[in-house]
Ligand binder design. Sequence first.
Ligand code: PMP
Length: 291
Amino acid sequence: MAQKIYLNGKLVPREDARISVFDHGLLYGDGVFEGIRVYNGRVFRLSQHLDRLYDSARAIALKIPLTKKEMEEAVIQTLRANSLKNGYIRLVVTRGEGDLGLDPRNCGKPAVFIIADKIELYPAEWYKKGLELVIVATKRNIPEAIDPGIKSLNYLNNILAKIEASLQNMPEAVMLNKEGYVAECTGDNIFIVEENVLVTPPFYVGILAGITRQAVMELAREKLGLLVREEAFTRLHLYNADECFLTGTAAEVIPVVKIDGRKIAEGKPGKITTRLIKEFRDLTRKEGTKI
Ligand code: PMP
């Protein structure tokens, strides 16, 4: 079946889903987006993703031309049109078509498009063996410039960090903030376990408020009975952690076993990490908005 893309209120074949070269999303990265998963015909935490999308849009003074309810329906409509029960949704709102100047006031209506696609899962082996990370020189954007809490189309900060990691044949990069505190990875949040306490960087360090991060903090408290702290920590804590893992919509929960050539504990996925992987999988299979 041919793929259908939602574009400004219509479902169009993939070949016809086109955006102007004058769209400021393309010219300036002026826009916002979301990445959302659908599991067994249920959209995982759709309302939280939409809240984040609308908050990001508000932060850049972009008025989305649909209500949240209409957007929710558009997502579901796109999934139905593609008969997709398991996959990944990319929801994008751009500033729209303008002229070559920066001024958003010269743009017409924001463009809204939704792509529902199969997800390219990370190799199963990564979840069993764990990832190796490097801390890169590129710092996470400072909140006073572009707040990392805004999920904008301007991902060059993360891409630069990703390039640094790739040049070292590493699958992911850890980004520090300007003060040297651990922020997050290029597309995932980071957690460590220190003496049975789960620790993750707080928002003020400069991170995206991950939906998976939130779900994992809830699971750790409610299902594992763990203490969870949002606390700033340096790379020393990463090296000396008992466990480390990443969270994200695409990655779900993925163990980290080595950072900058140092093994995390014994260099194997930790016990708490392994339990959280399972709890998160279970949660995604039972929760969510039905298509
Ligand atoms: N940090 C960054 C920079 C991201 O791009 C993402 C993925 N959207 C995340 C963290 C994880 O967020 P979520 O769990 O909502 O996918």
